[in-house]
Design a protein. Structure first.
Length: 248
């Protein structure tokens, strides 16, 4: 909260002027960017054997991706997967009508509510699920989703659960599936400068491809005096931004 900060240039990423208003989204987007680097590296070395020369917008062609959660990390992850060519589904407990669900449709993805379909029913609808991108931070939800991960599937964990009640699990089944179905389970969190540079490039792509969606991701801009209320109160919209100089 200082007025000035000093850092070394090599640790910073220059934000183009056109991205000034949405560059705050780069930080949550880096989580997906780091995950995609790991995913594509593994896809080159295991089925379905991705050609390293495949253009970035075609790397997910013919594959399905399931995003768990409809918050900022989930929505930005869905946008990243959609631009990579994955047939993308988003699964969460929210029911329509909802602005978040409208955003899912706007990027060409399919939304399924957990209130309307179980994981088993969802898997029947999607077929083999090649990738699951978890963005809810709930261990029970993640374990339930892991049961429907498809053959050669990759499961990405981004959520950090807090203290939660114990849940029953069948580790023998999970281990058997992961071995016999050749599955991968990995975690991702913010990465180095390459991930931030990739996030800025993709934000520019999102801005040109889905301008209304990108604008809607930011629910509002508020002065620092309102920060405690935003943090402690019920979340409104998708992502609220503290802006110095914003009107009270």
């Amino acid at each position: 909260m200082a007025e000035y900060v000093v850092d070394q240039e090599r640790y910073l990423n220059l934000v183009p002027p056109d991205l000034r208003e949405i560059a705050v989204l780069a930080e949550p987007l880096t989580i997906a960017e780091k995950a995609l680097v790991q995913i594509f590296w593994m896809m080159q070395r295991r089925p379905p054997w991705l050609d390293p020369e495949t253009p970035s917008q075609e790397r997910g062609r013919g594959l399905s991706a399931l995003v768990l959660g409809i918050g900022p990390v989930g929505l930005l992850g869905a946008m990243t997967l959609a631009t990579a060519g994955f047939t993308t589904y988003v699964y969460s407990r929210e029911v329509p009508p909802s602005p978040r669900i409208d955003l899912v449709a706007a990027i060409g993805a399919t939304y399924v509510s957990s209130q309307a379909a179980t994981f088993a029913q969802l898997a029947e609808q999607t077929g083999n699920i090649d990738l699951i991108y978890e963005a809810v931070g709930h261990s029970h939800f993640a374990l339930a989703a892991l049961r429907v991960l498809g053959t050669n599937g990759i499961f990405v964990l981004t959520g950090v659960p807090g203290l939660q009640a114990f849940v029953e699990a069948d580790p023998a089944r999970l281990m058997r599936d992961m071995v016999l179905k050749n599955q991968v389970l990995l975690g991702t969190v913010n990465a180095g400068p390459e991930a931030f540079a990739a996030a800025l490039r993709d934000l520019d792509l999102f801005r040109r491809r889905w301008p209304a969606v990108v604008r809607t991701l930011i629910a509002g801009r508020y002065p620092p005096e309102q920060a405690p209320d935003l943090i402690l109160g019920r979340p409104a919209g998708i992502k609220s931004v503290i802006a110095f100089g914003a009107p009270s």
